[in-house]
Design a protein around this ligand. Structure first.
Ligand code: MN3
Length: 236
């Protein structure tokens, strides 16, 4: 693809991202009953130097795309239709392992792209107040989150979630599970999340997962986190 077309597509993606409502809580738009890969809300190189362009391109256009394709394949043999991805995720114990892995993969990555941003933001508003109440400070919350990300053995995710009782909590999930799933050890509404599969960081950070998670904090879209928190409050 030539650069002109590439930058046109990046602009188009940015335009779409700006006009559509967030899919952090509504991921998995469907077209004719098939789940589709939504455009990345920024260019592959937008998160440099914290996440390199090659990692982003492979992560989005191959890994995320494969989750979407394989989810559609796995659902083709079932009589599920007209359900949102969220409906499926919340009752994931009723589905096959392929739906769990790929449905989770699709939801998690859709959430992840939105919680990252090239634009510098800071915690504020109701979420900041709640983090201070529940953890003591943003730094204390980050410490717990980093620990959860570092200690997740093998592949998985670390999350900041809003629990049903109204408390924030840091948790981690294996593979492509997430805290929305009925199988999750601790359930809640995700506010922040980081992908700690090696494919998310290995090209740039190799085995230094902690460095990657530290870099992640430079990219967090706190405006989106606030939206996730507000949406979570309405849901409980
Ligand atoms: Mn991933």
């Amino acid at each position: 693809m030539n650069m002109k077309r590439k930058s046109f597509l990046a602009t188009l993606a940015l335009g779409l991202a700006a006009t559509r409502t967030s899919w952090a809580n509504l991921p998995g738009e469907t077209v004719e009953g098939k789940f589709v890969l939504a455009p990345l809300p920024y260019a592959y190189n937008a998160l440099e130097p914290y996440v390199d362009a090659q990692t982003m391109e492979i992560h989005y256009s191959r890994h995320h795309k494969a989750y979407v394709d394989n989810l559609n394949k796995a659902l083709a043999d079932t009589n599920v239709s007209g359900l949102s991805l969220e409906d499926i995720i919340k009752n994931i114990s009723k589905y096959s392992t392929a739906v769990r892995n790929n449905g989770g993969g699709h939801w998690n990555h859709s959430f992840f792209w939105e919680i990252l941003s090239p634009k510098k933001t800071a915690p504020s508003g109701k979420l900041l107040k709640k983090i201070n109440e529940d953890f003591g400070s943003v730094d204390k919350m980050k410490e717990e989150f980093n620990k959860a990300a570092a200690s997740r053995f093998g592949s998985g995710w670390a999350w900041l979630i809003l629990q049903k009782d109204g408390a924030l909590k840091v948790v981690s999930t294996p593979n492509q599970d997430n805290p929305y799933m009925d199988v999750a050890e601790v359930k809640g509404c995700p506010i922040l999340g980081v992908d700690v599969w090696e494919h998310a960081y290995y090209l740039k950070y190799q085995n230094k997962r902690a460095d990657y998670v530290n870099a992640f904090w430079n990219l967090v879209n706190w405006d989106q986190a606030e939206k996730n928190y507000t949406a979570g409050l309405k849901k409980k």
